[in-house]
Write a new protein. Structure first.
Length: 586
């Protein structure tokens, strides 16, 4: 070093993101970059003692939905509280740009249905200072956060922008429609988009219960968008396929064609279905074959714990939320509802009622008692079968519905129940372990910024580190592998070659973690969304310090009020180790 470092992190166990074995070292930082890693580095203007802590790169979460939250908040929580320093938005082909003024309500309806973001929150919080996708990025460029943000151009808004009501109603695109959409993808890539995202799953519906605009778009449309990404020479195609459908093999064929059309990475959601628990194996075999023989870059995204909904009287749903008697009191304050529910006569009446049919597919899970589990203060995301509500009810000699009723009233109505809907078909995470360790997969699917009242999965980095590398009784994963999967692997997928590693020249996005003290707390309900909207959030303990661009954004699991995070316009990132150049993040 030719000048004094601004910060030197001393004596930490550096887990550098490469997958190599950790080692004790100092890390020197000047500005927003790491300038040296080694032992006995000269003093900096500030020295931080990391003795007993692990020092890791900041984590890159490639599947979030902070599209709205980024316009009304500087804190991308819960993600930023779990060591995440870069997030990618626009996933699942849903978002808010491009959008003509007359289509705003339609896109809010799409996001409300797919991502469980209340219409009132979006109506209150979205500033709508854009119409085109470049204008949306310009708005983000003027803001700052506790993470960096990267954006895909999403398919559903794009379709509605070009096709209007025809796009919303899922009509087939004409040749002129395809030309215009592809041109807008070209434009998005030119101004820094990370790629193009779409969804084909029948689980994604609008707030009105209709399929979203991208749901059954024809192959020619998707291939045209993928080719537009490919013309930029960079970028990613992100897809939520319909792998649970009978025609799942055709979905895999399509993913292969998108990889061939774009000559770019195609990343897609993959999980163990509870309806067909073997599809994931077939998908991984097909991915390996295509990547090896056809030269595609298919990268399934997998999640390191069960995907599940959180239910409770303070959450969006629970086993009685669609029953007539409960609907009559649903808008009362929680304390009043708890009082009513504690009345024996009300209890008997509610237990006898049948719930109305739900519009959201996830609501159908709220009485799956065989896979319903209580959430403790430090929740267990690999619970034993004999701890399910069904098993406990049988042991107690009551019905599962009766036990659920009583559990919902615990903690003055603040108790929560967890219902996995994928990745837990065998009530074990052994299948997930196989998916995680597959050479072609990447971590993802945390969905931060979405499912505000149903799902709280953005905390998965803490689960990966605490459960998979430290606490799991069997089949643990090496710490160095876990850190690499959270940082370098996800950064490289998106093309963020300036981060994800602790090495000279790389961006100073860094975590200091008390590994032995690392714990994940039970989700909590807060009312900090625009208009006092409700959401589930989740905190951890053990993150001693998180740094973005050389500035400390979290210390001892609390925000410092520093917001150095910026929009990352892709296309200007260079790999320090290959070029000697480091681009600044604008």
């Amino acid at each position: 070093m030719t000048r004094q470092a601004d910060i030197v992190i001393r004596n930490g166990l550096v887990v550098d993101g490469t997958g190599e074995e950790p080692g004790i070292a100092d890390v020197a930082i000047i500005g927003n970059r790491i300038v040296a890693v080694g032992l006995g580095l000269p003093p900096g203007r500030e020295d931080i003692d990391a003795t007993g802590l692990i020092v890791t790169p900041g984590f890159v979460d490639v599947h979030t939905h902070y599209d709205g939250q980024a316009t009304w908040s500087q804190c991308m929580s819960p993600s930023s509280g779990h060591g995440v320093t870069t997030v990618v938005i626009g996933n699942c082909g849903v978002g808010f740009a491009p959008c003509r003024p007359g289509d705003r309500a339609a896109l809010i309806n799409v996001m409300e249905g797919v991502e469980d973001i209340p219409e009132a929150v979006m109506a209150e919080g979205l500033p709508w200072e854009w119409e085109t996708f470049p204008q949306f990025l310009d708005l983000l460029d003027r803001r700052s956060w506790d993470v960096d943000i990267v954006a895909y151009i999403p398919h559903s808004p794009l379709r509605v922008y070009v096709m209007g009501a025809r796009g919303l109603n899922r009509e087939a695109a004409t040749a002129e429609d395809l030309r215009q959409m592809a041109s807008l993808v070209d434009e998005a890539m030119a101004v820094g988009a990370a790629g193009f995202a779409t969804s084909r799953t029948d689980n994604h519906k609008t707030g009105d219960g209709a399929f979203i605009p991208s749901y059954d778009a024809e192959s020619v449309e998707l291939e045209a968008m993928a080719a537009a990404v490919g013309r930029s020479g960079r970028g990613v195609v992100q897809v939520v396929p319909n792998l649970g459908a009978p025609e799942w093999s055709r979905e895999l064929d399509l993913l292969v064609r998108l990889g061939q059309s774009s000559q770019r990475p195609v990343t897609f959601s993959l999980a163990q279905s509870h309806q067909d628990s073997a599809v994931w194996r077939t998908a991984l075999d097909r991915v390996e074959s295509a990547n090896d023989t056809l030269g595609t870059q298919l990268k399934p995204q997998v999640f390191p714990r069960p995907m599940g909904i959180v239910t409770g009287l303070s959450a969006s749903v629970h086993a009685f939320c669609l029953c007539e008697s409960y609907l009559a009191i649903a808008d009362l304050p929680l304390s009043d509802r708890v009082k009513m529910l504690s009345d024996p006569q009300f209890r008997a009446r509610l237990l006898s009622e049948k719930p109305a049919g739900p519009t959201n597919p996830l609501f159908r899970l709220v009485r799956d008692f065989d896979r319903m589990y209580s959430m403790a203060a430090f929740p267990n995301y690999e619970p034993a079968a004999d701890s399910s509500v069904a098993a406990r009810a049988m042991a107690l000699g009551v019905t599962p519905l009766e036990l659920t009723y009583d559990l919902l009233l615990e903690d003055d109505g603040l108790s929560l129940l967890y219902l996995p809907f994928s990745n837990y078909a065998d009530q074990s995470l052994d299948a997930v372990r196989t998916m995680l360790l597959d050479a072609n997969t990447v971590l993802g699917l945390g969905d931060g910024g979405a499912h505000y009242g149903l799902i709280c999965d953005a905390s998965y980095p803490t689960t990966l580190l605490a459960h998979w590398t430290r606490d799991r009784p069997h089949g643990r994963i090496p710490l160095a592998w876990a850190i690499k999967s959270l940082s370098a692997d996800t950064a490289d997928l998106i093309g963020l070659h300036d981060r994800g590693r602790i090495a000279a020249g790389f961006k100073a996005d860094i975590n200091l973690i008390d590994y032995q003290a690392l714990n994940l707390h039970r989700p909590l309900v807060s009312h900090d969304l625009p208009g006092g909207g409700r959401r589930l959030t989740q905190t951890a303990e053990g993150f001693r310090l998180t740094m973005v661009s050389g500035r400390i954004v979290h210390r001892d699991d609390r925000s410092t009020g520093s917001f150095p995070g910026r929009l990352v316009r892709m296309g200007t990132i260079r790999h320090p180790a290959r070029t000697g150049e480091i681009s600044t993040v604008r």
